[in-house]
Design a binder for this molecule. Sequence first.
Ligand code: UVW
Length: 318
Amino acid sequence: MTDSPSMSEVLKDCPKNWGRWGEDDEVGALNFLTAEEVLRGVQHVKQGKVFPVQLKMGDPNGDPVWPGRRAAERLMVIDEGNWIGGSAPEFPGGLHYADDFITAFLQGSTQYDALGHVWYDGEIYNGYDAKTTIGGLKKASVLPIAEKGIVGRGVLLDMARYRGKDRLEKGETFTHEDLEACAEKQGITIEKHDIILIRTGFLGSFHEDGPVKFYDGFNEPGLTFSKELVEWFHEREIPNLVTDTIANETTYEPDTGVALPLHCALMRNLGVTFTEICDLEALAEDCASDNQYAFLYAAAPLKIVEGTGAPVNPIVVK
Ligand code: UVW
């Protein structure tokens, strides 16, 4: 990877939204989600079907996470065993209760990334100094995103089904043109300000093949960088990219070997929020059966002060 060009070389001619919403902005392209966009999303509620798209968190069979992170661990603090063993407090009336806590990477489950989550050349989204990340994100943390909430028209692009597969393979890439072709096949148009949900099916391999195979030569399938793709997101003013992979893009851009350039081009430079590790399986099955690929999408990550990201259970309503 040492022969790879620098991120700034790769992204040198790409657009930026810094300053577009003022020098204090911390939510980026979510600014496109106005009241009109909420109502545009609501127009697609037609059947009363509800799909919470968070992947299970703290699954005893394991959670897929970025290499180096750990799955959430949930620990019981008190339960009926404490009353059986005599270590629990007695309450008037005989109340018993259960309590637990979790330790979790804020980026280790279905999550919103803060806009300050990634950077290069010493600056995060909107030109804030990268030193503002030290000890907690003082700028562009997940909190302003959580305080805004994300509601609008969502569209599912089922790339796995489009390619006739249960799931895309390691390192398999696709472009904005593939997204357009997939949308056309599904009978929808990707409109300005749409929240884009992309299904690859890839996380299915974590449980089906097991973690050893899943992490061997780790290179997720996904969107891959080109200047044209970044311009496509810019022109369509896409506020939010939601996928069923850990990092929303192919891990290594095939031409240069650069890791996660779209995190930098879309999140850092355009202010597009990323929602990762979603479970889109039930939604995709349903869309294939009723052919309704556009819907209301609503989400609010947890309000973690200075957080780099936060768990979320987004809701799709059709
Ligand atoms: C990294 O940025 C490394 O990971 P993610 O955005 O997938 O949490």
